[in-house]
Design a protein around this ligand. Sequence first.
Ligand SMILES: Cc1cc2nc3c(=O)[nH]c(=O)nc-3n(C[C@H](O)[C@H](O)[C@H](O)COP(=O)(O)OP(=O)(O)OC[C@H]3O[C@@H](n4cnc5c(N)ncnc54)[C@H](O)[C@@H]3O)c2cc1C
Length: 239
Amino acid sequence: METNALHIWPRGQFMLIALPNMDRSFTCTLFFPMEGPTSFATVRTEVEIFRFFEEQFPDAVPLILDLVQDFQTNPTGKLGSVYCSPWHVEDKAVLLGDAAHAVVPFFGQGMNASFQDCSVLNQLIKEYDNDWGKILSEFSRTHVQNGHAIADMALENYLEMRDHVNDPSYIKRRELELKMEHIFPDKFIPRYSMVSFHRIPYAEVYKRGEMQFEALDTILNVFDDLSEINEETVRKYIT
Ligand SMILES: Cc1cc2nc3c(=O)[nH]c(=O)nc-3n(C[C@H](O)[C@H](O)[C@H](O)COP(=O)(O)OP(=O)(O)OC[C@H]3O[C@@H](n4cnc5c(N)ncnc54)[C@H](O)[C@@H]3O)c2cc1C
């Protein structure tokens, strides 16, 4: 198995991922419903665990040395998103980081979003010189939308990883997206790149991402063959 990559076994309602460690081993996480016909509630015993993994992830089974022991004894966490507004109380208190906007981990942005809170708040402290009522109300007014946007995008990324990455139409769309970025590097930046490699506020990323998704839909409707995509043929679809 490629040791410098994230591996995903997407299975619709659940997925297994393997994150690479520095020593070339992997840490696996199963994202799985708590209840339901196929869930932590129904996969408990040694027989059930082996049956489930043999059916769903047969290529992973020989690579996981203590499958039953790990499955039964490793802690089972719950995922959640926090959406709240405002993030402050008058000039007295403010929420930052996960307390304000805990997100599911599928964009790898929880800590980044928290650092961003610090830099935004720092900027406002400089701007409004000790006027804490103004500093905190501006913080909520301008920045809560970014916390909500990254929480939404993290959930959407989960669905993408869990349901879509094996779908041929998704793969074609992703190929087009990368092609568009290559042709129009200043105008068309895939959402993942905007979030991970730029400092564009999350709420703006969300809006730009939606517009780009629409443009991709239109282009995919017009062109069957992606080899026809070039600057001339698709310029009119980019605003
Ligand atoms: C498994 C995992 C993987 C992650 N991967 C990434 C990633 O790849 N990229 C990324 O950007 N983010 C990632 N995150 C998210 C990131 O860790 C969090 O978003 C970030 O730590 C939030 O920082 P925080 O300071 O708001 O909260 P925390 O780091 O949770 O800090 C809160 C602190 O408050 C303390 N505390 C709680 N209650 C009290 C109390 N009553 N009195 C005193 N102290 C208290 C806690 O002990 C803790 O030390 C990951 C999170 C997890 C769990």
